[in-house]
Design a protein around this ligand. Structure first.
Ligand SMILES: [Zn+2]
Ligand SMILES: [Zn+2]
Length: 407
């Protein structure tokens, strides 16, 4: 990442791209979290994902972890962690749902406090408006009561916990609440025990109201979450990451951008392609581009370029249909909208490269091993609405698997 090398002479020989490449290392560098294989490390030790989220949609078996990636980015106020799981059952190969990508999000307490405070202020403002409307309607001379409602404290307050807004304490209560240790309670609404103390009670009410007005997302899974077995049924060997920006030799015979591969028929002229079989010609070209680009840094197991453009293994499968427009240029437009926030803001974030297979499997799997060409993951940055007491929530992200040989 940090390019403080003294190899200035070599700079002219290479073109550096914006793609951060991950290389598998047996020894950890600075990042102890991101890794290939091994076991998942949860955003909080006592907040594992529901094990059902990591089960194969075809055989329902718990899938081993292929990749965990720390996805912390400046534009997200939340901690983000990615997990890619893949089924190793032979019968599930090439089937949809036999690979899954999860995004674990840990929302900071700071963020929760800010949200809680904003909600309180909004509720207080609405209550004040409502109180004014009611006063205007029922008491034409309400002006006299603006500061006189203190006499009625506790009376007529039922049904509207914010009716106390008519007295100066209510604003004090709101202000005090944000600096008050109770304000950490939004993370655990069920523990918001009402107390007899006036200020606390009104604050607890505020919390209860804001938690009930929060739109409840449709739960991903029903019932209590499923714990992870210990030990896990199968894990791949553990590797850490070394990361470096991709460098390419400018004179290499391969174009740099996928659009060039797709948008310009002339690029395929140099290759032995039959004019009558343009599709096949493109396929060969696409795969060749993939192989050649990857071949410039053959040990890469991961390509990371949030908001960038994946390197496609094929232009002729379901994934390509999703990711390419009519001009065969990369588009995020057809990536399904986020299952959590419903927005169509998912962008390409990273892809696993096939060298990861030989790293993970070593010589152990042989013909029984994984058979994908690349695994592309597109993600959102939203905070899951359902979060546990540690502020951790989960979103299943879009994963596109391009299978080996399907080009
Ligand atoms: Zn399976
Ligand atoms: Zn989202």
């Amino acid at each position: 990442m940090d390019d403080y090398g003294s190899d200035d002479e070599s700079v002219q020989d290479y073109t550096e791209t914006k793609v951060l490449l991950g290389y598998a290392e047996t020894e950890p560098s600075s990042d102890l979290i991101s890794h290939l294989g091994g076991e998942p490390i949860w955003p909080h030790p006592s907040s594992p994902a529901d094990a059902r989220l990591a089960k194969c949609a075809c055989c329902n078996k718990l899938m081993p972890l292929l990749l965990q990636l720390n996805g912390a980015i400046p534009e997200s106020p939340h901690e983000r962690m990615f997990y890619v799981f893949g089924c190793k059952e032979k019968t599930c190969r090439r089937k949809k749902g036999s690979m899954k990508a999860l995004r674990g999000v840990k929302v900071s307490k700071d963020y929760e406090l800010r949200i809680a405070k904003a909600k309180e202020e909004e509720e207080a403002r609405r209550a004040e408006e409502k109180r004014k409307r009611e006063e205007d309607a029922t008491k034409p001379k309400a002006g006299n009561l603006l500061f006189g409602s203190g006499a009625g404290l506790g009376m007529g307050a039922e049904g509207n916990p914010f009716s106390a807004g008519g007295n100066p304490f209510s604003t004090t209560a709101t202000a005090a609440a944000t600096a008050n240790p109770f304000s950490t309670k939004p993370a655990a609404p069920t523990t918001a025990t009402p107390t007899a103390e006036k200020l606390t009670k009104s604050f607890a009410d505020t919390l209860r109201i804001s938690s009930t007005t929060k739109p409840e997302p449709e739960p991903l899974l029903y019932g209590p979450s499923e714990p992870w077995p210990s030990p896990l049924p199968f894990t791949y060997p553990l590797f850490y990451f070394d990361a470096d920006y991709e460098t390419l030799v400018p004179d290499a015979p391969i174009p740099q951008k996928i659009e060039e591969v797709l948008g310009d028929d002339k690029t395929s002229d140099s290759l032995p392609v039959s004019n009558n079989d343009a599709d096949d010609g493109h396929l060969d070209t696409v795969f060749q581009k993939f192989a050649d680009r990857a071949g410039q840094n053959p040990e890469q197991v991961l390509r990371y370029e949030r908001g960038g453009c994946p390197l496609l293994y094929s232009h002729n499968d379901e994934v390509a249909k999703t990711l390419l427009d009519s001009k065969k240029e990369f588009t995020t437009g057809r990536i399904p909208s986020c299952t959590e926030c419903g927005k169509r803001e998912r962008v390409f974030e990273f892809q696993l490269m096939p060298h990861a297979i030989s790293v993970l499997e070593g010589d152990s799997m042989g013909l029984d091993g994984m058979e994908w060409g690349t695994v592309i993951v597109a993600t959102c940055t939203c905070a899951p609405k359902v979060r546990d007491v540690n502020g951790v929530g989960w979103v299943e992200e879009w994963v596109g698997v391009q299978w080996e040989g399907q080009n």
